[in-house]
Design a protein. Structure first.
Length: 409
């Protein structure tokens, strides 16, 4: 009997020792039975912060100081909105500003800019999706100008810096080179129907109005026209990047745009070309073009070698929702690396000067006759410009038909 009792006691003691060991192991592993002890353990975005008193993840508006709780949980999402921790609101975009991004108030997230207007007075660098610095904005012309000439504004920015140049209505007769890694935007001070665009001309000399060399340039709402020399175009890219919106590069005796030496050119909602003999509206040499909703027209009747688009070297062009015409006998597009979608060409529709409000002066707004020809050729897609060259509204439904070219009457 005594032997049996001793065995039972030993068995009980052993079981008790095992229980104590298990509890010690559980405590040392941090398994307290609580859902959380700190907010970084809360992975559900609808319950992003930890209530230490309860040991559970809760909505951020369930705690005493919601924004503070969010900031402690994730410094990149410091604001509490409807129980969720978000990056920004319409009233507070501090996190986005630090990244040169803009706030999508609906989602509460920082996103790349897609319009200049999202960046205040500064411009959006469409190539990167970042706003240019808000403290690097200067004005040319106007009532209180920082500079009276565009070139003076350009050289005020040191090599490798970024900035925005607001150009007010007026005539600017000068040649400008942007180089040395600068990123500069040239924005018209005002845009819209009836608004006078700044006119950038070149009445003498043998230089383009704008030359880009190893730099990035964004142009919106300018007229680059009237280069009197037969040698240079209005715009010349020697490498680098140029994004041109809602602008008119017309009536330049040396042609509209020349992109060479690996340059990248983007055109949207613009007029290029004009009533000029023996020059191409757009010429690419070993460079790339992305063109959307742009009207390109070249040449005068019975004169050759005035193409809307001419390519040589390893040049590529992606063209959509655009118009490309030439008045002469050569093909309007000579570019083996070009792809055209939802666009109108002379080969497809022919050519009549009466389709345009003032073909002889580079005004490619559509007349009633032109509207009948170019309606329903384009197809608007999500992400396309919401307005035309004048600010007139385009469709807003993906897949909707639209007018080809820059003008949507």
């Amino acid at each position: 009997m005594s032997t049996t009792s001793e065995l039972e006691t030993t068995s009980t003691d052993t079981g008790s020792a095992e229980t104590t060991t298990d509890e010690t192991a559980a405590t040392s592993s941090g398994d307290t039975g609580l859902e959380c002890t700190q907010s970084n353990e809360c992975k559900d975005e609808t319950r992003p912060v930890c209530d230490p008193a309860m040991g559970t993840c809760v909505a951020c508006d369930a705690v005493e100081i919601p924004d503070q709780a969010c900031a402690e949980a994730n410094v990149e999402h410091p604001l509490c909105v409807d129980g969720r921790c978000v990056q920004c609101t319409a009233e507070d975009a501090t996190v986005c500003d630090a990244q040169s991004l803009v706030c999508d108030a609906q989602s509460g997230e920082c996103v790349p800019c897609t319009e200049h207007e999202q960046c205040g007075e500064a411009a959006c660098n469409f190539y990167t999706g970042a706003c240019l610095p808000g403290d690097a904005v200067v004005h040319v012309g106007g009532a209180t100008p920082d500079f009276v000439a565009i070139n003076a504004a350009v050289i005020s920015f040191p090599s490798g810096t970024e900035g925005t140049i607001i150009v007010h209505p007026g005539d600017y007769n000068e040649s400008v080179t942007v180089s040395d890694g600068r990123t500069l935007a040239f924005l018209a001070a005002e845009l819209g129907p009836g608004v006078e665009q700044p006119r950038w001309v070149r009445s003498s000399g043998t230089s383009p109005q704008l030359t880009v060399v190893d730099a990035t340039v964004l142009v919106d709402g300018l007229e680059i026209m009237g280069n009197a020399s037969t040698a240079p175009p209005g715009v010349q890219l020697d490498g680098g990047w140029a994004w041109v919106d809602r602008s008119r590069i017309v009536q330049n005796n040396g042609g509209g745009i020349l992109a060479q030496n690996g340059a990248t050119l983007t055109l949207r909602n613009s007029f290029v070309g004009g009533y000029v003999a023996d020059v191409d509206a757009i010429a690419l040499n070993g460079s790339s073009l992305d063109m959307l909703y742009t009207t390109v027209a070249a040449g005068v009747p019975l004169v050759t070698n005035a193409r809307a688009l001419f390519c040589e070297g390893a040049a590529t062009a992606s063209i959509r929702n655009s118009i490309l015409l030439s008045v002469d006998t050569v093909p309007e597009v000579e570019c083996t690396g070009a792809t055209l979608n939802s666009s109108a060409t002379e080969a497809g529709v022919g050519f009549m000067a009466s389709w345009f409000a003032g073909y002889g002066v580079g005004d490619f707004h559509l007349t009633a006759a032109g509207q009948a020809v170019f309606a329903d050729i384009a197809q608007w897609q999500l992400g396309d410009p919401p307005t035309d060259i004048d600010g007139d509204t385009r469709p807003s439904t993906d897949g909707s038909t639209d007018y080809a070219g820059a003008d949507a009457p």
